[in-house]
Design a protein around this ligand. Structure first.
Ligand SMILES: [Zn+2]
Length: 423
């Protein structure tokens, strides 16, 4: 009997402690009150506490102006969404390195030997497709242009002659054999002209450039070959100096499009079966982090699983493509990554941005009445790619703040900062 009394007393003391403790102003009182009690409690100012601008925070309640809430067609500071059951994900942590996307990289080498006369780009500079990178003065090009010009002139002459012969034969003033002869001559120079044009095209000149270089006004001028960028990107390598003589085929510039990068990740043999099985279902998602940008997560997909294993590390390399529109990821950076596996298990989970913590306690903001969000303590479980499992404290369908929860957090914690009931 005595034992039972003590137990009851202890329970009562425990239950009332948070309500009266003067040093507890952290909005934690909601934990011991029912929702109805929150809205009937009266504060020291003799008004319902939830309406009191000074004492409301102690209840863990935040009054949310409708203008702050995101609605269809209107972006707000706070977004409210119902809690859902989601597929649990398992994350495979890996390490790797950011490298250049080889598929978006071009090594530029002149297709004809020559002397570098102008350089119109520099290391690290952005270049546009078809923009002139440098110009070469080339004797070889000069010969090719000469051959083109000669054959162009001869083709024109023989064509004129052929037309004259055709007309004479029609008037029976010339034997047909003369026309056949003229046709053969014209055909010969037409073919010669075609092959001279091909020779210029092989040197990297398009029809427009050929026309410009072989125009009559260009006769006698040095033969300068403009070397154009085959793609847009950044000059990441340059082995090119003014006045230098470069050979055909020498790599003089490398232009890389860094709007996407590759990341090579190492997978242990044990993890490989799960990975290959998952990859068969569709593109595997990967989240990548680099130490210089700890708050950023970069999304990518795995596009290649290596065919061989490194004998020393017992790992297989897998490759992911990452978007890099902002240019933040630099080839050579080391990175940590999580490969995301979807599982059939359904669990309650909330977006990472919904979960707040303070002094080791985790909570979300749940809408309890129109315009009121209540700090609701929860027990987080496993970490997923974009969400966190909630194992206790939250039911499916509850309306919670999924964005802007930090604003509500600073509001309920302001009593703690000394701005609430301080008397
Ligand atoms: Zn008050």
């Amino acid at each position: 009997m005595k034992h039972a009394t003590i137990t009851l007393f202890a329970l009562a003391a425990f239950a009332s402690a948070p309500l009266f403790a003067e040093d507890k102003h952290d909005g934690a009182e909601h934990q011991t009150r029912t929702e109805a009690e929150l809205f009937t409690a009266t504060c020291e100012h003799k008004i319902p506490q939830y309406t009191c601008d000074e004492c409301r925070y102690e209840l863990g309640l935040v009054k949310l102006d409708p203008s702050l809430i995101t609605a269809p067609g209107k972006a707000g500071l706070v977004k409210i969404l119902p809690v859902t059951r989601q597929n649990a994900q398992s994350l495979l942590p890996l390490h790797g390195e950011i490298v250049l996307n080889d598929a978006a990289l071009t090594h530029i080498s002149p297709r004809v030997a020559g002397t570098v006369r102008t350089i119109k780009t520099a290391l690290g500079q952005t270049v546009k497709k078809d923009g002139v990178l440098f110009e070469l003065e080339s004797p070889e090009l000069g010969l090719a242009i000469g051959a083109y010009r000669k054959n162009k002139t001869l083709a024109a002459l023989t064509l004129k002659n052929l037309e004259r012969e055709k007309s004479l034969v029609a008037q029976k003033l010339s034997p047909e054999a003369d026309m056949v002869d003229a046709q053969m001559k014209y055909d010969e120079y037409r073919v010669e002209l075609e092959s001279a044009g091909n020779a210029l095209a092989v040197m990297g000149l398009d029809a427009k450039a050929i026309a410009a270089l072989t125009a009559d006004g260009q006769s006698g001028k040095p033969s300068v070959l403009p070397v154009q960028a085959p793609q847009s990107g950044i000059v990441i390598e340059k082995h090119l100096n003014l006045g230098e003589t470069v050979e055909r085929g020498k790599d003089v510039l490398t232009v890389a499009d860094l709007s996407s990068v590759w990341v090579w990740l190492e997978v242990y043999e044990n993890d490989l079966p799960a990975l290959t099985a998952e990859a068969k279902k569709g593109a595997l998602r990967v989240q990548v982090k680099v130490s210089s940008l700890p708050e950023r997560t970069f999304e990518g997909t795995i596009d290649l699983i290596g065919a061989t294993m490194d004998e020393d590390t017992r790992t297989v390399k897998i490759r992911a493509v990452l978007g890099n529109a902002e240019g933040l990821l630099r080839p050579g950076m080391f990175c940590a990554a999580n490969v995301v596996f979807e599982t059939p298990e359904k669990v309650i989970a909330v977006p990472k941005s919904a979960l707040m913590s303070d002094e080791g306690k985790h909570f979300v903001f749940r809408m309890v009445r129109d315009g009121f969000a209540l700090r609701t303590d929860v027990e987080p479980g496993r970490d997923f790619a974009d969400s966190v499992e909630i194992t206790r404290g939250l039911k499916e369908g509850a309306q919670i703040a999924t964005e802007g929860a930090f604003v509500l957090k600073s509001d309920v914690l302001r009593a703690k900062m000394g701005a609430g009931c301080a008397d």
